[in-house]
Design a protein around this ligand. Structure first.
Ligand code: CUA
Length: 307
């Protein structure tokens, strides 16, 4: 399939700046003549207090003004249409490299070709067009990272496609931009762009599980993870896309942030979250399991060693 290899951000940027340029020129001319004629025909000291000559119409002038405005609007209309076509010209992709699934309130990221399932922190290679499929598990969400281009809606039961291109490695931040419930405002996006080698390294790391300290506390946490039915929503296996009702927690310790990239992934936040999810993220679908301090400590230790 022949896919247009375009970076939408440049098209949007051009569109924005041409519009801005035209708007500045129009605003400049209107402001200039308003001020200029107000000054030119100002009331003078020796002026007589009588009504000046009234002019009712100037067909020729009006014709040109309307014509000019129409030409401007028509020009931009077709220019926008063309830009939209170029940006949206990404048809259904037979095998997308990345599948983003929106959830209330987190991002699921699957890499079908690499058999990786992760959450919230989305990794891509820089300098390469990445074909992405977007869909949703519940309501409509919208993916938007202003620095790299347009928004894309994630709709339940429907697939949208977009190509993502980032030229420099780094972290690109964005946010859900379609109201999707309580935590909509805190559904943050972290897109981590690696060098091509760095991306290969990341993929390899995702598949190499080397839990840190496999001590008794780790095993206690692991046991609780099963007995407290964490597994009915969360997977800890990187290749396992299901259940993923909650984020896949494989390699969880390697993530810098959690809770949809809102909280730093550290001991204090993790414990607070396990103690009472509703306090940290009101409306979150994770129930309060009324864990004891011992259980919270063991689960925290377990999660912090999933890497
Ligand atoms: Cu997801 Cu708003």
């Amino acid at each position: 399939m022949d896919l247009p290899e375009v970076s939408s951000i440049n098209i949007i940027k051009d569109l924005f700046f041409y519009f801005l340029g035209a708007a500045v020129i129009v605003l400049g001319l209107v402001s200039f003549y308003t001020i200029f004629y107000s000054w030119k025909y100002r009331r003078r000291k020796n002026s007589k207090d009588e009504e000046p000559e009234q002019i009712h119409e100037n067909r020729k002038f009006e014709f040109w003004m309307i014509g000019l405005a129409l030409a401007l609007v028509t020009g931009f209309f077709f220019y926008s249409l063309n830009a939209m076509n170029r940006i949206q010209g990404v048809p259904e992709h037979p095998d997308p490299e990345l599948v983003i699934v929106g959830h209330q309130w987190w991002w699921e990221a699957n890499y079908p070709k690499d058999n990786i399932s992760t959450a919230n922190e989305v990794h891509i290679p820089a300098g390469k067009m990445v074909h992405v499929k977007f869909t949703s598990a519940d309501v409509i969400h919208s993916w938007w990272i202003p620095k790299i281009g347009r928004k894309m809606d994630l709709m339940p039961g429907y697939d949208n496609y977009m190509s993502i291109y980032v030229d420099k490695p780094g972290v690109y931040r964005g946010s859900c931009s379609e109201f999707c419930g309580d935590q909509h405002g805190w559904m943050k996006i972290r897109l981590i762009a690696h060098t091509p080698e760095g991306f290969e390294r990341w993929k390899k790391q995702e598949h190499t599980h080397a839990p840190g300290e496999q001590d008794s506390l780790f095993y206690r946490g692991q046991q609780l993870f099963h007995t407290k039915s964490c597994t009915s929503c969360h997977s800890t296996i990187v290749t396992k896309k299901n259940p993923n009702i909650g984020p896949n927690l494989a390699n969880f310790a390697s993530r810098e942030y959690f809770l949809s990239n809102v909280k730093k992934n550290n001991t204090a936040n993790l414990k607070a979250w396990l103690r009472d999810p509703q306090q940290l993220k009101p409306g979150a679908h994770m129930p309060n399991f009324a864990l004891t301090t011992e259980e919270v400590n063991a689960l925290t230790h377990y999660l912090q060693n999933l890497k």
